[in-house]
Design a protein around this ligand. Structure first.
Ligand SMILES: Nc1nc2c(ncn2[C@@H]2O[C@H](COP(=O)(O)OP(=O)(O)OP(=O)(O)O)[C@@H](O)[C@H]2O)c(=O)[nH]1
Length: 350
């Protein structure tokens, strides 16, 4: 068993907080734990849902010195029967739990990671092949606190201050990630001859005649409408798989996962309708125009956004309060291919 030195602790904290990326932070948390322990395996899960049923998504794990991430968009339901009671207590009560086998030997520790609202947002499960000393327990607990605090800082930087939606910088990062993953997946699909794979669809959503709202009711009231529209849209998408961003002003971007255009279109159509029928205090009703576009492997983030934006402007110019699909407009000869933006050539994936 390792004795942890102060230098090791400082080094590991420095390593963990060196990056501004969740996945790297999670990997480096597990790497740190792995380096400082022997005979222990760690798994870090995000709490997707606490009630009525606990649902977890694997974020990262360490097994035999190898650190892996669980994949950002994978969702795993709680299937660990022997750990169930311990996981429930850790998630619902925020307590450190230990699991013993019939012989009374500790087999697992379950640590809660708690955010500033006192909610357990993640749990760390330590599988003990050897009995750990108390230092490891305190150390893992302390590192989880650093992880929670640092994650909050990252989260703060990723969000728009007014609506609390993800911001434009985060959209760029997400899109680059999707495009890179698309390339890898497409290569595998070609080998496997897979048809109809799950794809990403990007929708630019712009509030119609928003200037008139500001002019009539004032900027502060306009801000309130932006918050309410954001909240309404958030309730219309699948929180765990789809992402929503404030792109700027009264423009939002939604990244949606769907198998085909029809499915993506119907989600955006439902979202458009729900905004149209939502009763806003004093204002009554607002509408949105939406342009959508499939995120394919050959596009750069700037290109994808430009194409969806072009479809959204077409919707604005042809009556507003409607959805237009870039590929359909192009096919029908209603628009011309969006000119490549100067930045689009800057991003090289391979
Ligand atoms: N309240 C508020 N208004 C904003 C914010 N950002 C941008 N706006 C306003 O949003 C309005 C956008 O107006 P326009 O781009 O002319 O478009 P519009 O009136 O929505 O008309 P269409 O898009 O053509 O339907 C402007 O008046 C901006 O000042 C914000 O953060 N808060």
């Amino acid at each position: 068993m390792n004795k942890i030195s102060t230098i090791q602790i400082i080094d590991s904290l420095a390593e963990m907080t060196r990056h501004h990326d969740r996945e790297i932070l999670e990997k480096s948390l597990l790497k740190t734990l792995d380096e400082l322990t022997t005979g222990q395996e760690f798994k870090l899960y995000r709490v997707v849902e606490a009630k009525p049923k606990i649902s977890l998504a694997l974020l990262a794990y360490s097994v035999n010195g190898v650190i892996e991430t669980g994949g950002k968009h994978t969702k795993t339901h709680c299937i660990f029967e022997h750990l169930k009671a311990g996981i429930e207590a850790a998630v619902l009560l925020g307590s450190l739990e230990q699991i013993q086998n019939k012989a009374g030997k500790v087999t697992h520790y379950i640590y809660p990671a708690i955010d500033h609202d006192n909610e357990v947002f993640a749990i760390l499960i330590q599988e003990c092949k050897e009995t750990p000393d108390l230092d490891i327990l305190r150390y893992a607990h302390g590192l989880l606190k650093v992880y929670a605090n640092y994650l909050e800082l990252i989260d703060h930087n990723e969000r728009d201050k007014l609506t609390q939606l993800l911001n434009r910088e985060t959209l760029d990062k997400e899109l680059i990630g999707i495009l890179i993953r698309n390339n890898e997946k497409n290569r595998r699909r070609l080998i496997k001859r897979e048809k109809n794979p799950l794809g990403f669809w990007l929708g630019v959503v712009d509030i119609d005649h928003f200037k008139a709202v500001n002019d009539r009711f004032g900027h502060l009231f306009g801000d309130e409408v932006l918050i309410l529209v954001a909240r309404q849209m958030k309730s219309d998408i699948r929180g765990d798989e789809d992402l929503i961003f404030r792109f700027g002003g009264e423009e939002f971007v939604i990244l949606l996962q769907a198998y085909e255009m029809k499915e993506a279109k119907s989600v955006f159509e439902r979202l458009r309708k729900n905004i149209e029928t939502h009763e806003f205090p004093q204002l009554g009703h607002v509408t949105v125009s939406i342009g959508i576009m499939q995120v394919t492997n050959q596009d750069s983030p700037a290109e994808v956004i430009a194409c969806a934006d072009q479809a959204m402007y077409y919707a604005k110019e042809h009556g507003r309060n409607q959805i237009r699909v870039y590929e359909e407009l192009l096919e029908q000869g209603l628009i011309e291919k969006a000119p490549q933006s100067p930045e689009s050539g800057d991003v090289e994936f391979f």
